[in-house]
Design a protein around this ligand. Sequence first.
Ligand code: HEM
Ligand code: HEM
Length: 177
Amino acid sequence: MSSNERYAFGLRAIHWAVVGLVAAAYALAEFRGWFPRGTPIRSAMMPLHFWAGIGVLLLLLPRVGLRLKHGVPAIVPPLATWERALSMLTHVALYTFLLVQPVLGVMILWSEGRGIPVPFTDIVLAPWFAPGAAIEDVAEDLHKLLATIFYWVIGLHIAAAVYHRFVRKDNVLQRML
Ligand code: HEM
Ligand code: HEM
């Protein structure tokens, strides 16, 4: 391995911030059942879930902008064709998830006529429009389905990072640190 070039600082910062936000969004939704309804912690969990997800969405635009501006550092040694194809497929899936999953979440709330509550306050951001009841079921089913599918896709992405670091011994992981 001879290239020390890393992703641009902003891209690395956003990558790891998004990892934290996605983990928080999952944990807040999955573990909410541990706390009885009406307790302060339970009441805060879903609003915090919403904002972790909205944070992911807001960071997508600067992320794509920085990615287009700075490009990707070279991988040393270069990837085989199948490795390049699989990583491109996984990255496209991850980017799609970062856009679609939060939008579906907002659609669930708006189609139920609910706004987005600001955690620890009585403020609720009003819906921009009401997509209609038919959207609600679809958005909810898809939000849950994508949440399950992406446990596996994110798992594959992490397995790939381990494969690059310890099996292939290339610079893929170091470029993102
Ligand atoms: C990366 C972003 C997100 C991830 C990974 C995510 C993941 C999840 C997961 C795992 C659940 C639990 C599903 C279940 O109970 O089977 C859930 C439920 C939910 N999420 Fe998200 N979510 C994200 C963003 C959002 C956003 C931005 C909103 C709204 C602003 C939102 C609104 C909801 C709602 C309303 C539910 C409850 C659905 C129900 O049980 O009826 N989510 N989400
Ligand atoms: C929520 C979890 C995660 C999401 C959504 C995510 C998303 C992404 C995306 C979209 C890229 C593509 C960057 C590009 O356009 O070139 C990427 C690259 C990368 N990620 Fe993640 N990531 C996650 C977790 C992780 C974790 C836990 C690790 C390390 C163990 C990791 C290591 C990397 C590395 C090394 C790259 C560079 C890969 C390359 O350029 O070929 N990611 N990630």
